[in-house]
Design a binder for this molecule. Structure first.
Ligand code: NDP
Length: 486
């Protein structure tokens, strides 16, 4: 891996003066031109040339270009490794591939980035400081990383309705990932809320298993592409679309969803629709809260980029994908913008004078970057009832956490690395296990696990808590700690 050096060239100095000279510096505290100096780097440890925050199509595509240019590239995978594409099934509009699983696209991209030398850290960024250079980020696992350039590709998250019952029944009938839950809807009914492509995609995924699916659209028409709407016509009878309905409340029996209260916004009629599950498909919001006050954004929270570049108003900080794109929002576009951000970052680093001589000097002083240990998956797989009884129910003292997953479930495959990385935070007081729900059907039947992902927590051999949803590293640790303390 090439190591790097930093100094400002004349051309770059002019560029920076132009970039930061329009009042933004004072507003958001971006560093001054004089900040980009060699001496400041020598006093830092854990410095990377390019830090990429996020591991979706934009982040991994950016890494292809930075790592291939021999820039030391670290990707922080975030809470959704692989990004939103891992939540979908087959993708038909990824250039060069007629039909491919979203997860498989992301896995090839990841392998390609790693082959060029990019390093991927299973961790999430919890703080960032772009007011002085080198830029710093803090991670949930307690790392501080210094970066000569940063590419933000944190994507977007699903919007929720914020209505009564939604939080209460989250994971117990309310969900966003239809492909994850669909196999559990045999002989059951489901409602999908939304009028976009996602709503249709989710309805089709559910209809493959469910008895009946209803799509609730708030307007008189759907905004989904005609080609998607035609797919609904082909399976008429199984999927109904109801227009002009606002959902006011999600109703349940205390344990599971049983219906939704809807209001017809044309007639004012209010009624209850019975259902076993509610799937939200009402759009996405950019994941930019972390950068508020440091980078200019639109009122909707998208990061501003300049002209045809991916440059933000802070020199050396770039953004790509749904964090900045509120128009196209396609994986292919995110990948293209990621490539642009990668090229922009390489140009930036070249402009500020990275060279081998300085890198060697840094190496001789023992500074620069200690690679994070890539520890193997520490989870024990339980594949039979006897193993489960011995390791979990037979534990007379201590906590055992069991993650039920299935290969077909994207949320589960997203949860597994999070579960694995959190397991490394605990010593012998908490034991972590995984169960492949598709293989170990006897364990699933015995425990009556209704869906995946499912996390079961045992204390002293007794089941004390159950969660049927994905969690961030922080949420998972807090959940476990609350039972450690009690
Ligand atoms: P969109 O933003 O396109 O659609 C969101 C839908 O949710 C709209 O119909 C909107 O209604 C509705 N909505 C928003 N808020 C509410 C609310 N509070 N109550 C009820 N309904 C609400 O998001 P999608 O996730 O569907 O799509 C995002 C992008 O991903 C798009 O570019 C899409 O093309 C793409 N995509 C492509 C797929 C494919 O090609 N296979 C599959 C899935 C997504 P309204 O119309 O009234 O604003």
């Amino acid at each position: 891996m090439r190591k790097s050096a930093v100094m400002i060239s004349g051309g770059a100095a002019v560029l920076f003066a132009l970039i930061v000279g329009f009042g933004f510096r004072s507003q958001c505290g971006a560093p001054r031109r004089s900040s980009f100096s060699l001496s400041s780097i020598k006093s830092h440890k854990q410095v990377v040339d390019v830090l990429i925050i996020g591991s979706g199509p934009a982040g991994l595509s950016a890494a292809l270009y930075t790592a291939r240019s021999r820039m030391h590239t670290l990707i922080i995978a975030g809470d959704k490794p692989g990004g939103q594409l891992t939540e979908t099934t087959y993708v038909e509009n990824w250039p060069g591939s007629e039909k491919q699983l979203g997860r498989s696209i992301m896995s090839s991209l990841e392998n390609q980035a790693r082959r060029f030398g990019a390093e991927i850290l299973q961790d999430s960024v919890v703080g960032a400081d772009f007011s002085k250079w080198p830029y710093t980020v803090q991670t949930e696992d307690g790392h501080t990383i210094n970066a000569l350039s940063v590419i933000i590709t944190t994507g977007a998250h699903s919007v929720t309705l914020g209505i009564p019952g939604e939080k209460e029944y989250w994971g117990r009938g309310v969900a966003v990932c239809a492909i994850c839950d669909a196999p559990f809807y045999k002989k059951k009914d489901a409602i999908v809320i939304g009028g976009g492509d996602s709503a249709i995609e989710k309805a089709l995924q559910l209809a493959a298993f469910a008895r009946h699916v209803t799509i609730l659209v708030r307007k008189t028409s759907m905004r989904a592409a005609p080609v998607m709407q035609e797919r609904l016509d082909k399976i008429s009878g199984k999927i109904d679309v109801l227009y002009n309905y606002d959902v006011q409340r999600i109703i349940g029996d205390g344990d599971q969803v049983t219906g939704v209260e809807v209001r017809n916004n044309k007639t004012g009629e209010v009624k209850t629709l019975e259902t076993d599950g509610v799937f939200l498909a009402i759009g996405h919001k950019p994941n930019t809260d972390l950068f508020k006050g440091q980078l200019p954004m639109t009122p909707q929270g998208h990061i501003h980029v300049q002209g045809r570049s991916q440059a933000t108003l802070v020199p050396g900080v770039f953004a790509a994908g749904e964090v900045e794109d509120d128009v196209y929002r396609q994986a292919g576009v995110a990948a293209g913008d990621g490539i642009k951000a990668g090229l922009d970052a390489v140009n930036f680093l070249n402009e500020i004078g990275l060279n081998q001589q300085f890198a060697d000097e840094l190496d001789n002083r023992g500074v620069y970057f200690d690679a994070f240990e890539s520890e193997p998956d520490a989870l024990t797989l339980l594949s039979s009832m006897s193993e489960f009884a011995k390791h979990v129910e037979g534990m007379s003292k201590g906590i055992a956490v069991v993650d039920f997953y299935a290969e077909y479930c994207p949320s589960c495959m997203m949860m597994l690395p999070i579960f694995s990385s959190v397991s490394k935070r605990y010593s012998d007081d908490v034991h972590f296990f995984k169960v492949d729900a598709d293989q170990a059907k006897d364990i699933v039947r015995y425990l009556n696990v209704p869906k995946v992902p499912a996390l079961l927590l045992y204390k002293d051999g007794k089941l004390v808590a159950k969660e049927m949803k994905t969690m961030s590293r922080q949420e998972l640790s807090q959940w476990i700690n609350s039972y450690l303390a009690s």
